[in-house]
Design a protein. Sequence first.
Length: 234
Amino acid sequence: MAERTSTIVPPAPPLEAVTFDLDGLLFNTEELYQEVGGHILARRGKQFTDELIDMMMGRKSNVAYGLMIEYHQLDATPEQLAAEAAEIFGGILPEKLRPMPGLLDLLDALEAAGIPKGIATSSGRGFVELVLGISKLGPRFSFVLTSEDIEHGKPAPDVYLLAAARHQVRPQRMMVLEDSHIGCAAAVAAEAYAVAVPHGRSLQHQFPGARFVANTLADRRIYQALRLSGGDTC
């Protein structure tokens, strides 16, 4: 069961690196995915239900759109839906993209402490490059891993094992910050120090194996675990 106390004891030996999920964790793109998915399905007279959102959240794009097709018996391919989504995203991201609460302060604190940070996401590289280009935050990360970099997507541990290798640390010495149950399961399976930071729909998820469930990226327990100064009270 994830810890829900207001303070934690920092792990020993200290954590040496941090890997962030992207959608719903770094940026509000999970909400935008739901908006885009709603448009795609509305064009076909269908609804983007909470059940379908939970099934798709955190998965590789082709898998997620495959689930959408199966759920609604759509006459389309995952590639066709992905292309349709990319077109819609291109129109809304410049106006609606926002960093999640606490992100910029946490990045500043990690950089001040010399703790390296990377991104490991189920999204495709083209979408990720678009998001990081609009936000101008790409240079602040040591690496970016996307769905193209691994064969088995979340909840398999592959992407977080690869992230640990890129950081050149053991998975147990790497904090992973995730918003979805699928992504958190991948971090736990990799034996990383998994922290859930749910938002929106993922507030309804369960996170077995997570060290704790944070309120936002500003949660003081994240700072405590990393031996950083700052963060908000829980």
